[in-house]
Design a protein around this ligand. Structure first.
Ligand SMILES: Cc1ncc(COP(=O)(O)O)c(C=O)c1O
Length: 428
């Protein structure tokens, strides 16, 4: 039996999101459908805020927009005092629309174009700088515009957390950041560079990390660098340890924001006593804020006994890439047969013309039939935001549930969205 988290429940054999039936949602908004529980989002925000409320230093949460860039969700987080971590001009554009306070929108990225850099400077947001080339570009555009830009360097901390190699970002071999032992030279360059104000240090070790020790190691690395940077006469305003706290996809447990805070706060308090400045701690959670808030509902088009028992649904890796990309596990249930006995083993596949279009493998479920609705859990992070129109498939709608109320927060795409910005030259 799949474990259901708070705000997702079974009533008369049907899956409910807060007080709303999943089947009613499909009737009203069509399938497939992403459904987000607002109360779960609020619970996750409260867990972070409460976990760090006893710290004797200022903590700022910068929501990692890449996890889920739905504007309604971003606005809810902004209203709760979050800043934003953005990784592109498009994410910056969305963060500005959502109204995040600009000094807490950190412009991240390892390969920013000049156009993106200009946009960030004009928006007056701080930058996480990934290379000396980027520093030079920022300095020259900032001088041309006549703006001062606050920067942190992203350090590569050479830390190997237990996670999928594709989402471990602080490895020595990763493309991100400047090796932590060499970054002081970059800071020396930065303080000499016109229109650059050195303000912080940035680090991010990866995503879906389910142990706390690597974060503590990373924080210590950041402090080691901070001591050296201060010797250059810099007053540090923030130390940013990125995001990455994992969530419990498999029902085997995962650390909570409390566990995270209990380990990090004492280290921060102890080590910041070594500093002259009084930096804020910045944290950039994405997955642990939105991951478990959302399910993907998808209708069964066909059930087929072949070499395996296949359930073919109307969502594929066009809408949820994680299983195909990382071999990720998501819990699934049959939303209209919640109290039926699980009897058969099924592999759930999407409609995409690729053998790798598998959403869930070898799952014990009640007898599945055409027309049933499958619910895939924990799809709020890196779900819709990694979706595509591959195979000419329109992206689905997104709905937010708040108690008994539902809000359409993104319309299903139309065929004109499939045509997009294409131009057929005249006379073709
Ligand atoms: C720089 C940075 N910050 C924050 C995040 C968010 O990580 P997560 O969603 O695991 O919390 C990422 C994700 O890769 C990232 O690259």
């Amino acid at each position: 039996m799949v474990h259901l988290q708070k705000y997702f429940q079974e009533k008369n054999g049907v899956l409910y999101i807060e007080d709303v039936s999943s089947l009613e949602l499909i009737k009203e908004f069509g399938s497939p459908l992403y459904v987000t529980s607002k109360k779960t989002l609020e619970l996750n925000v409260d867990s972070y805020v409460n976990a760090f409320s006893n710290a004797n230093f200022k903590v700022k949460f910068l929501y990692a927009v890449k996890a889920n860039n739905n504007l309604t969700i971003m606005k809810l987080l902004k209203n709760r005092g979050f800043g934003a971590d953005v990784f592109s001009d498009g994410e910056l554009y969305l963060a500005l629309i959502a109204g995040f306070e600009r000094k807490y929108i950190l412009f991240n990225g390892n390969s920013k174009s000049e156009e993106e850099i200009r946009m960030g400077i004009e928006a007056k947001v701080p930058f996480s700088v990934d290379s000396l080339d980027e520093l030079k570009t920022i300095s020259s555009i900032a001088s041309e515009i006549g703006e001062e830009v606050k920067i942190a360097f992203r350090i590569n901390p050479d830390i190997k957390p237990e996670t999928h190699p594709k989402i471990a970002t602080g490895l020595k071999t990763s493309k991100f950041g400047i090796p932590w032992k060499e970054v002081i030279n970059a800071y020396k360059e930065a303080i000499k560079s016109p229109n650059i104000v050195v303000s912080g240090i940035h680090c991010h070790i990866g995503s879906q990390i389910i142990e706390i020790v690597p974060f503590v190691e990373a924080l210590n690395r950041v402090f080691d660098v901070a001591l050296e940077v201060e010797k250059l006469g810099v007053e540090l305003q923030f130390l940013d340890i990125g995001g990455g706290l994992g969530i419990d996809y498999e029902g085997k447990g995962a650390p909570t924001p409390d566990d995270f805070a209990n380990e990090l706060i004492p280290v921060f308090e102890e080590r910041s006593a070594e500093l002259n400045s009084n930096p804020e701690l910045w944290i950039e959670p994405g997955r642990s804020i939105v991951g478990n808030t959302t399910i993907l509902l998808t209708k069964v088009n066909a059930v087929k006994k072949a070499y395996r028992n296949f359930v073919a649904v109307d969502a594929g890796f066009n809408l949820l890439l994680r299983p195909a990309m990382y071999g990720a596990y998501h819990r699934v249930v049959v939303a209209n047969k919640m109290n039926e006995e699980a009897k058969e083993v099924y592999t759930i596949v999407g409609p995409i013309c690729e053998s790798g279009d598998i959403l869930a493998e070898d799952r014990l479920l009640p007898k599945v039939e055409k027309g049933d609705i499958i619910a895939i859990f924990d799809t709020g992070a890196y779900g819709f935001s990694m979706s595509s129109q591959y195979n000419g498939r329109r992206r689905c709608a997104e709905v937010l549930v708040d108690g008994g109320r539902t809000y359409l927060i993104r319309e299903r795409e139309s065929y004109s969205d499939i045509v997009g910005k294409q131009i057929i030259p005249p006379n073709f």
